[in-house]
Design a protein around this ligand. Structure first.
Ligand code: HAM
Length: 420
């Protein structure tokens, strides 16, 4: 008879401890930073009406090729979220919270990307959004927050790249110049980029194809086409970063992979990672997105950091180990009764980390497991202990004798030994 055999799908991964401990610890550090800065957590649905993601851009890979979109049993056209910003704006438009609305999130996102190291079809992001303020100091605060987070993880080799994409009104003038530049040199452009050019010339700047590199290098830059307001807002963000001592590089060709951006855009590149997958996070302003999703015309700005890639960068720099998770107590029982069950429960209720063996294994096998577990103490219950209503408590990692105490003294005796 044929036996079924399954593997995790391409671009998905099975994670287990200690990787999961590390991921949880990273999210905890992020949660700590954002809550200390006045952000409240939001939890959004993992799927939305596919049109919520339209504004990410029909010429962006994220929408054109990578969206997990399908029809559900009710005939709705839905998509798994490829990111959180659009659905945060949908949520804002629907719930109309007070502004400025400062929200943070964490969880998986889905993109039908080409799987490779640091590029997955299901990956995790943590991020923060502020909706309802035009103040460029908000941009600065968000960027400083993300840098502080990387610093707290111990990452040192991360470069902040900054650019401004200007306002909606600046865009047509720049797009004309850009289109003119590429059209004058159509023959030297890759075939894919020629297709992209017809839909959105800005996206051509995103091309990583070698044959496009020289032409992209020579292309006009948006900064020369900014309105006075956009230019002074960008200068204010840069001044803010300077005043906080946050180092950055101006990257005039940084356009990011999503279409909703206006004004400030930024990306964090981990220099320890392979070029194409070295963006560990990014973000920017998206004034106009909330209105596009049926909400009031409130501006927005935010960022998202790739959890998986950030952890890869931590590996590459040898920082941010999994937190220690040692057991306090291992319960060893050679009696047939329910004592091990009750004792383990009692220890856990008392706030101790406790584990035990099952399947009636020998004393020797159980002690071996206790030693392997890193538990500091073993609590032993044999026939004698059951008969005398006692427990034996033995230190596993320190010198010192085991003691036998009354069953009722279990928790205080374990705590005392743990402290000694
Ligand atoms: P994004 O640049 O598309 O921006 O994604 C943010 C980060 O998610 C990337 O820098 C990268 O670390 C990670 N990431 C993206 N795709 C993958 C993948 N296939 N595998 C592994 N990691 C990946 C956004 O998503 C925007 N929503 C950021 C934002 C928030 N802008 C304003 N607010």
């Amino acid at each position: 008879m044929a036996k079924n055999s399954f593997q995790a799908l391409p671009g998905t991964r099975d994670l287990q401890s200690p990787d999961t401990d590390r991921m949880r610890a990273l999210v905890a550090v992020f949660a700590d930073e954002v809550s200390a800065a006045g952000f409240g957590q939001i939890v959004q649905p993992m799927f939305e009406d596919v049109r919520v993601f339209d504004r990410l851009g029909e010429a962006s890979d994220v929408v054109a090729k990578e969206l997990y979109a399908f029809e559900d049993k009710g005939g709705r056209h839905i998509a798994l979220r490829p990111e959180f910003t659009a659905s945060a704006c949908r949520m804002f438009a629907e719930l109309r919270p007070l502004t400025p609305w400062k929200a943070w999130y964490s969880g998986p996102a889905f993109r039908y990307d080409k799987p490779q190291a640091g590029r997955y079809r299901q990956f995790d992001q943590v991020g923060a959004e502020v909706i309802g303020s035009h103040d460029p100091d908000v941009d600065t605060e968000l960027i400083a927050l993300a840098s502080r987070f990387y610093q707290r993880l111990g990452l040192t080799d991360v470069t902040l790249l900054m650019n401004s994409l200007g306002d909606a009104a600046d865009r047509p003038r720049y797009l004309d110049a850009l289109r003119g530049h590429f059209e004058a040199n159509l023959d030297s452009l890759s075939e894919q980029s020629r297709t992209t050019l017809a839909v959105n010339p800005l996206r051509v700047l995103d091309s990583k194809r070698r044959e496009d590199a020289a032409l992209i290098e020579a292309a006009p830059v948006l900064r020369d086409y900014l309105s006075d307001e956009a230019a002074s807002a960008f200068a204010r963000v840069c001044d803010g970063l300077d005043s906080l001592g946050v180092a950055y590089e101006i990257a005039p060709r940084l356009v990011r992979g999503l279409d909703y951006y206006t004004r400030t855009t930024f990306e964090f590149a981990a220099n320890s990672l392979e070029g194409a997958q070295n963006a560990v996070g990014g973000g920017g302003r998206y004034d106009g997105l909330v209105a596009d999703l049926g909400g009031p015309d409130e501006p927005g700005v935010g960022f998202a950091l790739g959890v998986d890639r950030t952890l890869l960068a931590c590996d590459a720099e040898g920082v941010f180990d999994a937190p220690e998770t040692t057991m306090d107590v291992w319960v060893v029982s050679t009696s047939d009764g329910l004592e091990a069950l009750a004792i383990t429960e009692e220890l856990r209720r008392a706030g101790l980390r406790a584990d035990r063996n099952f399947d009636g294994r020998s004393m020797r096998a159980q002690m071996k497991a206790a030693n392997r577990s890193d538990a500091a103490i073993a609590v032993i219950i044999g026939e004698d202990e059951v008969a005398d209503q006692t427990v034996t408590i033995r230190p596993l990692r320190t010198e010192g004798d085991q003691v036998t105490v009354a069953r009722a003294q279990l928790v205080p005796a374990v705590k005392e030994m743990r402290q000694s």
